[in-house]
Ligand binder design. Structure first.
Ligand code: R5P
Length: 293
């Protein structure tokens, strides 16, 4: 019951002190609603950057190296990630719900790797289930220029419209169809199309003239890792991407297939959040991997 009498009188009004000016650190979202900003802040740190750990690829690739036992590997390394990118099936079965990380929930169902044309996808997770799963953002695969391009746009529209309704950002994932080339021209077109169609964050591959792509994209870009490359090269790619305007990385195989995934994630952390040079981060990786596997 509220007390009517005997309360201490309010007197600390800070007369003459202006309300603090707050600058929201995530590109393109300074005017977003509070709920949307709050979820973006789960993903991006105050430096406007993020490290997403991608282990969603089982949804089209099945069990691949590093992903055989999600229940063992992910909980043992996820402390060094800011955000977990996963399917709802993986989250429900393999990840403890008290993980305290942001979640990029893989929401589309896409054609598996055994099909020639993988570009015909559909919505899979309903917006209600994404909310039940406490998703911080909704990940939507988009095949620009492929035969299934319009499927991609329909899926993107579904998640952007519902995401706007409930304050949940959408991560538009640039997928490269088999007939597409990994050129500056292609990634420039694809990232911009996804952003213009409402995606709040874009995941794409690193390429030449990357600074042109980040400059022309009005929302944050995170780079995909792609196929496993030597650890030093992956750190160098992350460094170049960040220096050229990326807001972070969303890496899977280059972490999970590293000799020491936990050391690799720590080294990536140094590059993304501590502005470490790639050589410095690789040196740290070499040291760290001796202590942990
Ligand atoms: C697209 O986003 C795919 O699902 C990726 O393959 C997945 O997120 C794994 O990432 P990476 O290419 O870094 O292994």
């Amino acid at each position: 019951m509220a007390d009517k009498d005997g309360n201490i009188l309010a007197k600390d009004y800070g007369i003459g002190i202006k309300p603090p000016t707050r600058i929201f650190p995530v590109k393109g979202h300074q005017c977003a609603g509070w709920g949307m900003q709050s979820r973006l802040s789960q993903i991006f740190s105050d430096d406007g950057r993020t490290i997403m750990l991608a282990f969603d690829h089982g949804y089209i690739m099945g069990s691949t190296a590093g992903l055989e036992r999600l229940d063992l590997v992910i909980p043992s390394i996820m402390q060094y990630a800011d955000c977990l990118m996963a399917t709802r099936g993986a989250l429900r079965t393999c990840i403890p719900s008290n993980h305290h990380k942001a979640v990029a929930l893989r929401c589309t169902a896409d054609t598996s790797v055994i099909k020639d044309d993988m570009s015909f996808g559909t919505t899979n997770v309903d917006i209600e289930d994404a909310i039940r799963m406490n998703a911080s953002c909704l990940a939507v695969q988009c095949f620009i220029g492929s035969d299934g391009e319009m499927d991609s746009f329909k899926n993107l529209s579904y998640y952007v419209n519902n995401g706007e309704k409930y304050g949940i950002p959408v991560l538009g994932v640039v997928a490269v169809g088999k007939q597409m080339e990994r050129t500056t021209k292609y990634f420039s077109l694809a990232t911009r199309l996804l952003a213009e169609n409402g995606a709040h964050i874009i995941k794409t591959y690193y390429c030449d003239n990357f600074e042109q792509i980040t400059a022309a994209c009005p929302v944050p870009i995170v780079i995909a890792g792609g196929k496993k490359i030597p650890e030093a090269e992956a750190l160098d790619m992350a460094y170049r991407a960040i220096s050229e305007g990326a807001a972070g990385v969303d890496m899977g195989r280059n972490v999970l297939q590293a000799e020491s995934p936990i050391a690799m994630l720590q080294a990536i952390r140094m590059v993304v959040h501590e502005n470490a040079k790639p050589e410095e981060a690789f040196k740290a990786y070499e040291l760290l991997k001796k202590d942990v596997k």
